[in-house]
Design a binder for this molecule. Sequence first.
Ligand code: SAH
Length: 463
Amino acid sequence: MSKKLSVNPLPVKKNDVIDVNIEDLTHEGHGVGKVDGYPLFIPNALTGERVQVKVLKTTKKFGFGRVMDWHKKSTDRVEPPCPVYDRCGGCQLQHLSYEGQLAAKQKQVQDVMARIGKLPDVPVHPTIGMEEPWRYRNKSQVPVGLSEGRVITGFYAKRSHEIVDVNQCIIQDQVSDQVMQIVKEKANELGIQPYDEASHKGVLRHVVIRRGRTSGEVMVVLVTRTKKIPYEAELVTALKEQIEGLASIIHNINAEKTNVIMGESSNVLWGSEVIYDSIGDIRFAISARSFYQINPVQTEVLYKKALEYAELTGEESVVDAYCGIGTISLFLAQKAKKVYGVEIVEQAIEDAKKNAELNGIHNAEFEAGPAEEVIPAWHKEGKKADVIVVDPPRKGCDEALLQTILEMKPKRVVYVSCNPGTLARDLRVLEDGGYHTVEVQPVDMFPQTSHVECVAWLESSLS
Ligand code: SAH
């Protein structure tokens, strides 16, 4: 005889229309409303609102809904200034005032510190925001497509590869709008075909635009499937004539069927191979494919905080794990005896070495490889660290790296993180191993989006 399963019925089902209070915001910027404890995630609903919701989907543990009407709106709700906000996938919080965004990000960090880090009392400071939280991005990667026979440029719609035609993106540097306009006009006038993902035919795939904030120098990268760009000279002339500060036009070839934007091969069509920018006193050379922080204003704020937490006197040996092109390492090297940077991408390490040279910094060494292998090897060799700085990708630090930190026993750990959840998880490991989290500082690197960046300061409990 088959045993009868007892099914716990959910309090709502698909297509129900119900009223809920919004109690919280998720890390994706969705409102959370609960029905008998069952959470519904509701885009475009804000904490403190009472909304009428249509249930779109249910799973065992949570469901999704759409706002049909507002019974009560948040006083923090604002009109999103971008006309394509509801279709484009780029921003998630334009409907929330900037003060509201900063407060929501602080709360999100506090919540995960308590829930995941078991650190309910750790001080999480108010998020440091931008004076002008628009037009802050120094890099845009714009897909090119075709709509009703016309070439369009824009951004991908939420969770899709359909291109939303955009004439301006107000979180990007103005120059991005100008370049998009020129490329669109010229492609339409001359008949340059956009790339078509489905058939893997056509020419122009993406336009990547970068500007050095302090230098004003602009780089335009034209990414094509083909080895040649038809009407290349006309395109180059139009950009040269109209773009102020243009310093570099690069052609990148990407013949693969892939979501990766740039291919392996690049050549200079006009101007120089790199543009320059500075963060604090450090200058960086940026090539078409180098990684570089996209919000240089807030990067400086973040690194100054990291430097403050590191409390360097000039005598310390510092390890910078996940160092990228050496941005933090070079910042720290000015105040430390020696800095050792490690990063998995070899090209980034090459850039880090060049950047050290460019700035006349001789007390920074870099090694390519996984931090969780290179740092244990350094430890075995007898290398010491007074301070360890980590800045891992979203998945956080590798367990083996955390264990090595506990074995190396630096006096201080500074943890820079783009994901509060994995930060809280890793802080718990370090706390259990003898460190004390003094404080956490969220910094708003990505205004209008739901991303949160933090820097945490830990001291060894032994010292
Ligand atoms: N600190 C740098 C970059 C931080 S982004 C800056 O501020 O600019 C995180 C970096 O970690 C990326 O450059 C990525 O390539 C690198 N990375 C990812 N996994 C890694 C690993 N296992 N070991 C070392 N570096 C890694």
